[in-house]
Design a protein around this ligand. Structure first.
Ligand SMILES: Nc1ncnc2c1ncn2[C@@H]1O[C@H](COP(=O)(O)OP(=O)(O)OP(=O)(O)O)[C@@H](O)[C@H]1O
Ligand SMILES: Cc1cn([C@H]2C[C@H](O)[C@@H](COP(=O)(O)O)O2)c(=O)[nH]c1=O
Length: 204
């Protein structure tokens, strides 16, 4: 089974992801951007204010393809629980916002990005969405790069809302304005419900 953690920068995904290691010591914990050279290329692009949004989309997508082929699919094939800190929804939310704000003429950026993924990706079985307002997210993340800005994060949040609305059965919304302890407890409860209520999913 593949469970992903999604939300704005600073919403607490990594804090939760680390806490889950103690609860599920045998799970495969992974993340996007990855620590491969594809992920390094993504981080170079994040640091470049002038990076082309379409080129950046395909850097993230290349990193995802490598992540799928070398980490996610093999682990699912072996019947492991895979927990990923960010996954394809981050592209649908962030790169759709970047493309929409650019002068690149793609009429429906999110649908375009989803179409690119549908040819090869493997959707998550469940997604925990850490819901936080853009201003608090920007404050918590320290506003250190081009994504961590209130206006941009507001657009990203609207895109996450569209994703949740389109697939309510896949998403579990968690109020991330609460204390780290409360958020961790809520996510651990959601994991228990997901894993109790679902047959072990051997889809690759
Ligand atoms: N529930 C919370 N309340 C207040 N602060 C929090 C909470 N959860 C995490 N933080 C703090 O906010 C900052 C960002 O947390 P974290 O790295 O877990 O977020 P993230 O979603 O992984 O961010 P990013 O996507 O930017 O990596 C850290 O300083 C962390 O200690
Ligand atoms: C996977 C992915 C990530 N991003 C953005 C979101 C963050 O601002 C950075 C780095 O992620 P981290 O969790 O803070 O390490 O990348 C994105 O725009 N699109 C994606 O697909």
């Amino acid at each position: 089974m593949l469970i992903t953690l999604e939300g704005l920068d600073g919403s607490g995904k990594t804090t939760v992801w680390e806490a889950l290691h103690d609860v599920y010591p045998d799970a495969v914990f992974t993340r996007e951007p990855t620590d491969s050279w594809y992920g390094d290329a993504v981080y170079r692009s994040i640091g470049d204010e002038d990076a082309d949004p379409l080129a950046e989309l395909f850097l993230y997508t290349a990193d995802h393809a490598d992540h799928l082929a070398n980490t996610v699919r093999p682990a699912l094939h072996d019947g492991e629980l895979v927990v990923s800190d960010r996954y394809s929804d981050s592209r649908f939310a962030y790169q759709a916002a970047s493309l929409a704000a650019s002068d690149i003429d793609i009429a429906r950026p999110m649908e375009y990005i989803r179409g690119v993924h549908s040819a090869f990706s493997r959707p998550p079985d469940a997604t925990i969405y850490l819901d936080l307002d853009a201003r608090t997210a920007a404050e918590r993340s320290g506003r250190t790069d081009k994504y961590e800005r209130d206006g941009y994060l507001s657009a990203v949040r609207e895109n996450y809302e569209r994703l949740v609305e389109a697939e309510p059965e896949r998403f579990v919304r968690v109020d991330a304005t609460r204390s780290p302890e409360e958020v961790i407890e809520a996510v651990e409860g959601a994991f228990a419900d997901i894993l109790d209520g679902t047959e072990h999913d051997a889809r690759e």
